[in-house]
Design a protein around this ligand. Structure first.
Ligand code: BES
Ligand code: MN
Ligand code: ZN
Length: 501
């Protein structure tokens, strides 16, 4: 939790007091605090510290005749003033991340951040982004480290205080709550992803959802193997055949309105993807514990939504969860399966399993909940990394209005997306000689043919698919994004629901 303080920053007696400064051509240092300006003067004059993005300047007020009670004071560069709102937002998150990164080097436990003035943001947005940056950058996953003697390892800040200055305190509080909620949900998604495949198994999604349902009042339903058989969910059952752990289809429902629209979210919850009989190469296979990041994004977004309680929209979330292993009963290349709803599919490659489990969830969810729009998220294809690298999520959709909403939400969250096309040429690539469709599309357009497969199951419902294989881990380098899982799309989904209208 982050606290708010209206007290003079000079009286903060903690480990680190942080000021944020814009890069400017003016001679005077754009900082309201006289002591800070005095200490920064030489560095500023020499052009060492200019307020550039990523820069920081540290001094120890006790060693000079200063009126600051903090053990250390840091000045962090924001860079040039940005024009666009979304860029202003990102600028704050990045600077907050820089401060926390350096704080870790000094084993800082208490940190006060003084909110900068004239950022171009409303007070609530400023506080929101500051909290996001602080919390997301302060993330560590060390629960499996039994010895914590590594002197070099960066520590975690235990307590943050925001200094609200002349800002509207009610607005700042509102923004803090928003930012904290989104960032904590993002960190939770990182935790789930960091858990190894022998811990975060399909039943963990079910347990988490049940608890969340009880806590938040959302209704929760879990369809198990027997239920799947009854319903004819041949995709998820087929993928599960090679695993000894039972599959789960986890469903959570948030009700924010009696009459309003329903948004359906679907997240791929593949807790480990070995490729199955079409086995993946050994090198890097350990990363396939992250193949549940779509499911994590959806379930963590639901937690944040349940806390925030936005009105005017209902959200139903489905997470199909299973492992993809190569046990004796595993599906084989050439097998033909029948999805929920009756469509048949020839499994050419058992490693193209994500689309098989998503197909059932999409078809079942649309039939059961009749949503007005559907968004699915999945670490679906390596091809999206070839196309977009680790910097943008791939977006494929049948509805331009939905695309617009999602891109706007992603930009607000600092999680950019890039749209790729769909079309009959691509759908043709997945025609099968012996079944309705086949599960790979041959050479070229791998991300698109994967989406074309999903498209077979969404009918006329406005639908968008987010391929997060490139962004769910090793996401583009940022001060507030650690190595490993990024928690991608949690905050994008939260913005999407918040601003649905
Ligand atoms: N989970 C993988 C996609 C993936 C690959 C994510 C690399 C992150 C990094 C997915 O199930 C998969 O294996 N896709 C195959 C599809 C292919 C067999 C058509 C792929 O992308 O190689
Ligand atoms: Mn796979
Ligand atoms: Zn996979």
């Amino acid at each position: 939790m982050i606290k708010l303080s209206g007290k003079d920053p000079g009286s903060f007696a903690g480990d680190l007091l942080v000021y944020f400064i814009f890069e400017t051509d003016k001679k005077t240092i754009p900082c309201p605090n006289e002591t800070v300006r005095r200490n920064l003067k030489v560095s500023w004059k020499n052009g060492d510290f200019t307020g550039r993005k990523g820069q920081s300047f540290l001094f120890y007020p006790s060693t000079t005749e200063n009126k600051l009670a903090a053990a250390r004071v840091m000045v962090v560069g924001l860079g040039r003033k940005e024009e666009k709102q979304d860029d202003c937002r990102e600028q704050i998150r990045l600077a907050a991340g820089t401060a926390v990164g350096r704080a870790g080097d000094f084993k800082v436990k208490t940190l006060m951040a003084v909110l900068p003035e004239k950022t171009g943001l409303a007070d609530d947005d400023l506080a929101e982004c500051m909290c996001e940056g602080l919390i997301l950058a302060n993330y560590r996953f060390d629960k499996y480290k039994t010895v914590d003697k590594d002197e070099d390892r960066a520590g975690r800040v235990a307590r943050f205080i925001l200094q609200s200055g002349d800002f509207d305190r009610a607005a700042v509080r509102r923004g803090m709550r928003r930012g904290t909620r989104g960032a904590e949900a993002g960190c939770l998604a990182r935790d789930m992803a960091n858990e190894p495949g022998n811990s975060w198994i399909p039943s963990r999604f079910a347990e988490f959802a049940r608890k969340l349902g009880r806590k938040s009042g959302m209704s929760c339903r879990v369809i198990d193997r027997a239920g799947m058989k009854k319903l004819g969910m041949g995709g998820i059952l087929a993928v599960n055949q090679g695993s000894d752990l039972p599959p789960k289809l986890v469903i959570l429902k948030y009700r924010g309105t009696k009459k309003g629209p329903t948004l359906m979210l679907v997240g791929k919850g593949l807790t480990f993807d070995s490729g199955g009989i079409s086995l993946k190469p050994a090198a890097g296979m350990e990363d396939m514990k992250y193949d549940m990041c779509g499911g994590a994004a959806v379930i963590c977004a639901m937690q944040a939504i349940a806390e925030e309680k936005p009105g005017g929209i209902n959200v139903v979330a489905l997470i199909p969860a299973t492992e993809n292993l190569s046990g004796g009963s595993a599906i084989k290349p050439g097998d033909i399966i029948t999805h929920f709803g009756g469509k048949t599919s020839e499994v050419i490659n058992t490693d193209a399993e994500g689309r098989l489990i998503l197909a059932d969830a999409l078809a079942y969810g649309i039939k059961t909940y009749k949503p007005d729009a559907v968004v699915d998220l999945a670490t679906l294809t390596g091809a999206v990394i070839v196309g977009l690298g680790h910097h943008r999520t791939g977006l494929l959709a049948t509805d331009d209005a939905l695309v617009k909403k999602i891109i706007r939400a992603g930009d607000r969250a600092g999680e950019p997306l890039w749209r790729l096309p769909l079309g009959p040429e691509y759908s043709k690539q997945i025609e099968s000689r012996v079944a309705d469709i086949k599960n790979i599309g041959g050479k070229g357009g791998g991300t698109i043919t994967a989406a074309a497969y999903l498209q077979e199951f969404v009918g006329d419902t406005p639908w968008a698919h987010l391929d997060i294989a490139g962004t769910a881990w090793n996401f583009t380098e940022k001060s507030y994004i650690p190595k490993g899982p990024s928690g991608i799309a949690v905050r994008t989904l939260l913005h999407l629901v918040r601003n649905w209208k």
